[in-house]
Design a protein around this ligand. Structure first.
Ligand SMILES: Cc1ncc(C[n+]2csc(CCOP(=O)(O)OP(=O)(O)O)c2C)c(N)n1
Length: 669
């Protein structure tokens, strides 16, 4: 192993050695504790420390890192107190995640580290978002994301690198190529010679280096960092290394040929560096002994504190509260919009189509929040598939109104990265159906991050949704129920122009991830008076559309219009209509009030029946309003089939044509 010191002083070389030794000695101690049954298993980084330590040492302390499961060296080199790290591993209250997350699956904004979720890949695009924020603010910083060789086979790898290249983002992507995935050798993982070869396809520079040589890692990253800053471009660094222990402690290494261990033992990053430091007389044997003793003592002291971690006494209220970030900003004008029309403003109003109301809400939000960035496919010059953002790029520029490559997952990830840097973002799904391609980022990253380690995900995802226009199974779906089942998200679904504008503004002012459903068929078919002012409709509050005594129709989206139309044709029935407006959180008070007014409930939605929100509402009403019911709760929803293309088939699929019959059945009780 060739060590080249370049201009590093003896002091710096000694410091690097100390930093390199620290994670190794922690793990050696943990192996003892594991055998004593005092701690649970983890993912070992033994043999790979030079990468995590060298990379972190080469960065400024306030440059964000997205590390993985073997990167203890990132956490130690960022000087996170070992005692608190230990408490984290033990699941104590005073770790970094209140006992809610395991080993390295947490972040700390104080240390500029955004820890991984278990899924490999999504961490890469978060680095894109952070780099975008640097670029927009003209901060001279890079962001860094790690991946293993196995993780490079995930689509997220491709999406994140391609987006960084296309957007000229100063991101350093680090591959730790340790020869194996869990047990899968690299020959079963990819067919290129080196993983760095892939960079060429992205139009990006790359280099393959010896990941066991701390000076090579450190010097490469210093140089790459300068390149990324100067040229405002990403860079791929492939670090060749080897995993000296099992995938996780206790999982064994039977599948690895013995000779490989012998070869790589000779290439141990610490032994080799230590040897060189001695040969070059940069340190003496005495210095080494001193550093080792000091490190050992430090570890013992910190573990003593760590073992006294606060154990957890579950507090359900706190658990539920921490799922969402609390809003700290004061709402602007809040409008109450119920049966009698809206109140709370003397401001002028204008008649607007549903789509115009959304445009106006978005436009005013862009004026209100200089840190709001819009992202989506074809949303800039083209104005978006439905023209919602038409003209925005002229008013706000390409920095803030961004066409994206075709990569839903990377853009949701980038949105989270922006949020880490204090930005707000709105991402337009071209069609709600395509959210499947970004699903993981939404339900696992955005939704869970606040509960996991208190970081907000200030992101709104607009979802043009629904059918009725003969667009077939993949441009017509109602998929809101997927998200209602995910704690940490908010799900908003307006049915009128005034609500659409006010709810969109409220969603953009909310610090949590919001899925904002816009029914495509309403865009140009529904009009109404909308205040010109910048106002909010409160999230989580249903709208009482009309009062009735015979039967309640509880619904949202296009269901509201079907219900109103039906009621207008049935003067013989007194129908109470409730528009839920927000599906997560639900307005249980309004639901209860409606049930109490009529005693008979019909739940109506365009989504398919089985597993739809109607089932959840029926369960809640049965549990909480049983005494007020005069009949079984009924549901009217789409057929349990994909959405068919043929317009007659689609009409048959939709619940609208079954509404009258279902009401008849209900009224017969
Ligand atoms: C999306 C996803 N699929 C599968 C897994 C299970 N898994 C955890 S680690 C691992 C191997 C990862 O290999 P690599 O990326 O080379 O990293 P290494 O563990 O070798 O550092 C697998 C398959 C996962 N965590 N995420």
């Amino acid at each position: 192993m060739q060590f080249v010191r370049k201009d590093l002083t003896d002091r710096q070389l000694k410091d690097l050695y100390t930093s390199l030794l620290f994670p190794r000695m922690i793990e050696e101690k943990m192996l003892v504790l594991l055998r004593q049954g005092k701690i649970s298993k983890w993912f070992s980084g033994i043999g790979q420390e030079a990468i995590a330590v060298g990379v972190t040492a080469a960065l400024d302390d306030d440059e964000w890192i997205m590390p993985l499961h073997r990167n203890l060296g990132v956490f130690t080199t960022r000087n996170m107190p070992l005692s608190q790290l230990f408490k984290q591993w033990q699941g104590n209250k005073d770790g970094f995640s209140k006992g809610r997350e395991r080993s390295f699956h947490f972040g700390s904004s104080e240390h500029h580290i955004c820890g991984m979720i278990s899924h490999l890949g999504p961490q890469l695009a978060i680095a894109d978002g952070i780099a975008l924020a640097h670029k927009l603010r003209q901060e001279n910083k890079v962001s860094v994301a790690f991946t293993g060789d196995g993780g490079t086979s995930e689509g997220d790898f491709h999406e994140a690198l391609n987006t960084a290249a296309v957007w000229d983002l100063p991101v350093i992507f680090i591959i730790e190529n340790n020869g194996y995935g869990l047990s899968t050798p690299v020959r079963e993982q990819y067919r290129c010679q080196q993983l760095a070869d892939r960079a060429n396809g992205y139009g990006m520079e790359a280099v393959t280096i010896d990941g066991n040589n701390i000076l090579e890692v450190y010097d490469t990253i210093r140089g790459v960092r300068e390149y990324c800053l100067k040229h405002q471009k990403p860079y791929l660094v492939e670090c060749m290394t080897f995993r000296m222990r099992g995938h996780e402690e206790a999982s064994g290494v039977k599948y690895v040929p013995k000779e490989l261990f012998e070869t790589w033992e000779q290439r141990d990053p610490i032994k080799n560096f230590e040897q060189w430091l001695l040969e070059e007389q940069i340190v003496t044997e005495g210095d080494i002994a001193e550093i080792r003793l000091a490190t050992k003592n430090h570890i013992e002291e910190e573990l003593n504190i760590g073992f006294k971690g606060q154990s957890i006494i579950p507090d359900t209220e706190e658990e539920l509260r921490d799922v969402y970030a609390q809003r700290t900003t004061i709402p602007p004008l809040v409008i109450e919009n119920h049966m009698a029309g809206f109140q709370g403003t003397d401001h002028p109003v204008s008649e607007k189509k549903f789509i115009q109301a959304i445009q106006e809400g978005l436009d005013q939000s862009m004026q209100h929040h200089s840190n709001l960035v819009l992202m989506g496919q074809d949303i800039a010059e083209y104005g978006g598939a439905f023209k919602v953002t038409e003209g925005f790029v002229d008013r706000y520029g390409k920095d803030r109104v961004r066409n994206t490559p075709l990569c839903e997952s990377a853009i949701v990830g980038a949105a989270l990265g922006l949020s880490l840097k204090g930005y707000k973002s709105m991402m337009e799904m071209q069609f709600a159906d395509f959210v499947t391609a970004g699903f993981n980022q939404i339900v696992n990253n955005l939704a869970k991050i606040h509960y996991r380690w208190g970081q907000q995900a200030d992101v709104v995802i607009r979802m043009p949704t629904g059918g009725g226009v003969g667009a077939g199974p993949f441009h017509s779906q109602s998929n809101e129920a997927w998200f209602v089942h995910t704690p940490g998200l908010k799900v908003v679904y307006p049915s009128t122009p005034i609500d659409a504008k006010g709810l969109l503004i409220a969603s953009l002012n909310d610090p949590n991830p919001v899925l904002f459903f816009e029914h495509k068929a309403l865009y140009r078919s529904i009009s109404g008076f909308v205040p010109d002012a910048y106002y909010e409709i409160e999230l989580g509050k249903a709208r009482h559309v009309q009062a009735g005594e015979d039967v309640s129709i509880i619904t949202y989206g296009s269901g509201v219009h079907w219900a109103v139309e039906f009621a207008s044709q049935r003067s013989d029935l007194s129908i109470d209509i409730l528009d839920l407006r927000t599906l997560l959180p639900l307005d249980y008070d309004a639901i209860r009030a409606s049930v109490m007014r009529t005693g008979k409930v019909l739940l109506l939605h365009e989504d398919t029946l089985l597993g739809g929100i109607g089932g959840e509402l029926a369960a809640w009403i049965a549990e909480h309003c049983f005494n007020h019911l005069d009949a079984p709760i009924m549901r009217c929803a789409s057929l349990d089939t994909p959405v068919p293309f043929n317009i007659e088939l689609e009409k048959n699929f939709m619940p609208k044509n079954r509404l009258a019959a279902t009401i008849e059945k209900l009224m017969r009780y």
